[in-house]
Design a protein around this ligand. Structure first.
Ligand code: NAP
Length: 266
């Protein structure tokens, strides 16, 4: 078993990473960044997202675990005082593998270059210099003409992140769906958008064709690409999923309650 630990720069995260490294080595586990079997993140959901993007070329075999050193996260459900318990589980290998859906984002630039991304939370498209104007298509059929700040397409696990701030629905991660949300759409007698969240199934493709311009910003989770000249972006559920090593039951709705309603679990 080869494990890699990825932590954020917080002093507590660094301390926990060192402690974990010692405990794993004592248990006979190799710590290595090159093709690990398991990646353990220490920090917050942001740290987990960074680890996902660092290792997203190894998702076929790789599993992830998140330890939080701040508040309880959506990807980070182990506490920093549970290291011994976690190491015992890793050695016993008594896990259940849970898979979360990913978003497949295909960007075609005006240069005809095509780029592919996987998003764990969401992908956003915005324009900085002016109101963004774009056609939105579902399965190649025109759905609406969008005018506003931008659009967001999110995964079920991303539904508690940016999408939630835009009034999107919270989605149980066992559902293989993607969610489209508009950012500040202009709606008046002249311009009209649906201005509701759209939930699309795994065999549907959402296409956004922005008006010509070279100042679009694309974000994929915590990664941002600016000054983009985009011809179109196509969004669908990815065939690939992220694998989470789970050693105890996960309850998404309890986590939602603890994150947004009652903080009875750190
Ligand atoms: P960041 O500081 O890493 O994250 C911003 C906040 O989003 C942090 O509190 C983070 O939790 C939380 N978060 C991340 N994934 C989450 C999830 N699946 N469910 C609930 N909360 C989640 O910011 P960043 O590096 O710019 O972007 C990372 C993410 O931030 C993006 O994927 C996006 O979802 C979110 N974001 C939200 C808004 C908004 O709500 N208006 C705006 C920009 C970005 P931790 O503290 O545990 O890391």
């Amino acid at each position: 078993m080869k494990v890699w630990i990825q932590n954020n720069s917080k002093a507590l995260s660094q301390q926990v990473a060192q402690q974990l490294q010692v405990k794993l080595r004592q248990a006979g586990i190799t710590i290595q960044a090159n093709h690990p079997d398991l990646v353990i993140t220490i920090g917050g959901d942001g740290t987990f997202l960074s680890a996902f993007h660092r290792f997203n070329n190894q998702l076929n075999h790789l599993q992830f675990i998140g330890i939080h050193t701040g508040h309880l996260g959506f990807y980070t459900d182990w506490q920093d005082n549970e290291l011994d318990q976690l190491v015992t589980h890793i050695v016993a290998d008594d896990k259940k593998v849970i898979e979360y859906p990913l978003l497949d984002v295909q960007v075609t630039y005006t240069s005809q270059q095509v780029a592919h991304f996987w998003a764990l939370n969401e992908a956003t498209l915005r324009q900085v210099s002016q109101t963004m104007r774009a056609d939105v298509l579902i399965n190649d059929q025109k759905f609406e003409r969008f005018r506003g700040d931008g659009v967001v397409v999110s995964t079920p696990t991303g539904s508690t992140a940016y999408s939630k701030s835009l009034g999107g629905a919270l989605i149980d991660p066992t559902l293989e769906v993607m969610q489209f949300n508009e950012m500040a759409p202009i709606n008046n007698r002249v311009y009209r958008t649906v201005n509701s969240s759209l939930i699309l199934t795994h065999n549907q493709i959402l296409t956004v064709i922005p008006d010509p311009g070279s100042d679009y910003i694309i974000t994929i989770d915590n990664l941002a690409y600016d000054h983009c000249a985009i011809q179109k972006i196509q969004y669908k559920m990815a065939d690939q999923k992220i694998k989470i090593a789970s050693y105890r039951p996960k309850n998404f709705w309890l986590r939602v309650r603890n994150a947004f309603l009652v903080d009875d679990q750190r």
